[in-house]
Design a binder for this molecule. Sequence first.
Ligand code: F6R
Length: 265
Amino acid sequence: MELVILKDSEQVAAAGAEHLQDLLLNKPNAVLGLATGRTPKSMYRQLANLCKESSLSFRDVTTFNLDEYLGVQPNDAQSYRSTMRRELFDDIDIDPANTYLPECAADQNPLDVGPDYEAAILEKGGIDCQVLGIGQNGHIGFNEPSSSLNSRTRIKTLTRETIENNRQYFEDAESQPQLAITMGIATIMDARQILLLATGAAKAEAVRQSIEGAVSASCPASILQMHERVVVLLDEPAASKLARLDYYLWVQNQKRRLLAKIASD
Ligand code: F6R
């Protein structure tokens, strides 16, 4: 796990955008796993700007989002499809046909969505880089605490805490969905690399448990300790509870020095 600790959320967004830009320059037809939520918003803005300046193209990129609410239709303003359109897809040159979310059409059996989504990911060759945020309870995607560490894309019931955290996006409590379809933890772990972003002090405890705690279904993000290519971008408040913070900063400096030396040789 590579930890990168940065001053603030804007630096996290810039580092995330740079990471994805490097990936797409090396593999223009990459398959990206994407997240919604507050955390990646600014990174998406920066990617859209790079695309506008023609420094980056999504023409051949395919995306798979982590999750979608069940019972919300793609055109509803609160759907994650609409969110992704507002925050990224409408401002980049991606082919909308290559943007996937685990959506359930009104006439579709919700139980079919998960297996179909898994098959679609496999058909596209698997996810090259999965972008993740983290819930205050340690969830990734909508894999709430106690989710099987071996889970696949399926329907999940959201915790009261997650419903409360996302309350602001809905006009009233009645219209807020309590079910979602989410990639499973094993689906996420299949990605060839993972880019986790966490910002703000409210995430500090979940970050500490994920990175320094025991691997446990009680903190789904802790499974990332078992993945061989994870980059974690944290701002200082999100990193503030890490017991070995000094060591991580030291490692980060050593890496920076080594890269500078290689560049100057
Ligand atoms: C979003 C998702 C969630 C969020 C997490 C953090 O697609 O799957 O796991 O990444 O809830 O949300 P924010 O970024 O709003 O704090």
